[in-house]
Write a protein that binds this ligand. Structure first.
Ligand code: DC
Length: 223
């Protein structure tokens, strides 16, 4: 039996997760947030106290890591790291930067490849990440590259953080966005890039609802 897979790649802050989750619920597909999987592996190494640049030490920890995902009634993909629900812990700002370095380690990517492919082999999925259309699911039914200008992404993220009570400046958020973009697009293995057969969806000038409708239309035209 062949399952349908929708691959959505793009830089951080383009609204991938929010919109992909909603589209998955609307289409009855399983939503797979692969960034959360990378974050969970990174969180483990971060907590052990290994420097993010110390690739050999991080690779040595991989056999100790057991990643699970649970889908509960709240529609959120809960990440289970060695039995602990780390869904909130993986969203900390330090973990974001740590993950953008750890996710460049080839062994870490290989470690997670099979997990991601198995999910797509057994479910209809909307999977979002950086290399889904290029590496993980090269034969995905629909590939979308979802992006927006860095300033637009930073502004959205800043408003979100401010809402949560953070006093971070917009300039600092933009700096982090640019740093992560740089890390994600310049790494040697599986860098972020648009697959040749991916449809470009640029949401710079669109609000969330308009972006979502454009994404859904693009998916529907492709399946
Ligand atoms: O989408 P996100 O911000 O949760 O991703 C966290 C980090 O993981 C980000 O720096 C890019 C990396 N990542 C990756 O390398 N490959 C993926 N498929 C998903 C995320």
């Amino acid at each position: 039996m062949r399952f349908t897979s929708i691959a959505i790649d793009g830089p951080s802050g383009a609204g991938k997760s929010t919109m992909a989750r909603r589209a998955a619920a609307e289409l009855g597909f399983l939503y797979v947030d692969t960034g959360a999987i990378y974050r969970s592996v990174s969180l483990y190494a971060y907590r052990v106290g290994v420097a993010k640049e110390d690739a050999p030490q991080i690779v040595a920890l991989l056999p100790e890591i057991n990643i699970g995902m649970e889908y509960q009634n709240d529609g959120v993909q809960h990440m289970i790291l060695n039995g602990e629900d780390v869904t909130d812990a993986i969203r900390e700002n330090e973990v974001s930067l740590y993950t953008s370095v750890v996710s460049a380690i080839p062994e870490v990517r290989t470690f997670l490849l099979e997990l991601q492919r198995n999910l797509a082999a057994t479910h209809n999925v909307i999977m979002d990440g950086r290399d889904i259309g290029t590496v993980v699911l090269p034969n995905a039914t629909v590939k979308i590259y979802l992006t927006a200008a860095p300033e637009a992404r930073a502004n959205r993220r800043w408003l979100e953080l401010r809402e949560k009570g953070s006093d971070i400046t917009e300039a600092k958020v933009l700096e982090d966005v640019l740093q992560r973009d740089y890390n994600d697009t310049h790494r040697e293995i599986a860098p972020l890039r648009q697959a040749e057969d991916a449809v470009l969806v640029d949401t710079t000038e669109l609000d969330l609802e308009e972006s979502y409708q454009l994404l859904l239309k693009t998916i529907r035209e492709g399946v």
